[in-house]
Design a binder for this molecule. Structure first.
Ligand code: FAD
Length: 308
């Protein structure tokens, strides 16, 4: 989807200066990631798609046979016959740590961060009043960046976005010496990811379609763990319970970024699906330019709120 490509292509350009400003380079690895395959036919079909992506969008990759893969990841079981090495992406060994470093750099630059529950938001004349559990704020502009909670919150202002969530889980495992995981790897034919994080080897699951507030179902993680243990030697679990998150989605799998159609001073930034961490800084830049009436780096029409 060309319009999604235009957005995602801003991600490294916008994270880069923030990583520098936050002094957080030690959290970032610039070595791409590996998409693992079990069957030659599926790998060959995916290579065709990768070639098309390279032609259309300039994304770089290398095809690895078993021997080339073994040089990068010697501890994978031989059920894995090859991989695509996506060369451009960066990975982060502690996403929470990186966001905390961004927040610290923002505060050091004079920004103010208030962490509190928002109780209500009202338009008062041409300004906005935000009532939080801690204090009442009078402001010119409000940005609704409430992820999976944005849809229900916006109903109160008369907007009905068809939001839904794709839930997912992760768990950290101790490494089992001498095995070592060097890259982020995705077991593409099954649909989970293993990543060498600071907290341990993280297993992340794919999409679970359920309500935001439905109880956690540990079976998805359990099933992925069973398969993953056959691919890479994982040690014991390190977290008491699996982490559960929700990817905030809209039916066309594109976010809404821009002004609210009927409320001057109200701005929307939600629906970032699988890539909200990746797209946070790009979204912030684009919104800031729109709020200041400046030209944006990309065409924002595909991300307008009134497409729904
Ligand atoms: C298993 C899993 C793996 C993922 N992996 C990746 C990945 O590798 N890369 C990537 O880019 N993305 C990934 N994502 C997606 C990413 O987590 C989301 O896209 C991203 O968190 C969305 O960001 P957001 O700021 O819009 O929403 P959120 O991060 O959900 O933030 C919304 C915030 O609003 C707050 N809030 C809600 N109501 C109120 C209120 N009344 N008052 C005050 N605050 C309120 C919430 O507490 C929350 O902090 C993954 C998601 C899952 C579930």
């Amino acid at each position: 989807m060309p319009e999604y490509a235009s957005l995602i292509q801003l991600s490294l350009k916008t994270h880069g200066p923030m990583i520098d400003a936050a002094g957080a380079d030690h959290l970032v690895r610039r070595q791409g990631w590996l998409e693992l395959y079990r069957t030659p036919e599926k790998l060959a079909a995916r290579v065709k798609e990768a070639e098309e992506a390279r032609r259309l969008y300039g994304v770089e990759f290398a095809q690895l046979d078993r021997a080339a893969l073994e040089e990068k990841e010697p501890s994978l079981s031989d059920t894995i016959i090859g991989a695509i090495h996506w060369l451009d992406p960066w990975t982060v060994a502690d996403p929470g740590g990186l966001v905390a470093a961004y927040a610290q750099a923002f505060s050091k630059d004079g920004g103010r961060i208030l962490q509190s529950d928002i109780k209500s938001v009202q338009q008062v004349g041409d300004r906005w009043q935000v009532n939080t559990a801690a204090e009442v704020l009078e402001v010119d502009n409000v940005v609704v960046a409430l992820g999976p909670w944005a849809g229900s919150w916006l109903k109160e202002l008369g907007y009905h976005f068809p939001t839904f969530v794709k839930r997912g889980y992760h768990m950290h495992y101790a490494p089992q010496a001498p095995a070592k995981l060097n890259f982020w790897v995705m077991d593409a034919e099954v649909g989970y990811l293993l990543a060498p994080m600071n907290a341990g080897i993280r297993l992340t699951t794919g999409a679970e379609l359920d309500r935001l507030d439905a109880p956690a179902d540990v079976n998805q993680l359990g099933a992925a763990e069973k398969v993953a243990r056959g691919v890479f030697p994982l040690g014991e679990r390190r977290d008491e319970a699996p982490w559960k998150g929700a990817r905030p989605c809209l039916p066309d799998m594109k976010p809404v970024i821009g002004p609210a159609p009927r409320h001057p001073g109200l701005w929307l930034a939600f629906g970032h699906g699988h890539q909200g961490f990746t797209l946070g800084p790009a979204t912030g830049h684009l919104l800031a330019d729109m709020m200041e009436g400046q030209p944006t780096a990309i065409n924002m029409a595909p991300f307008r709120a009134d497409r729904f």
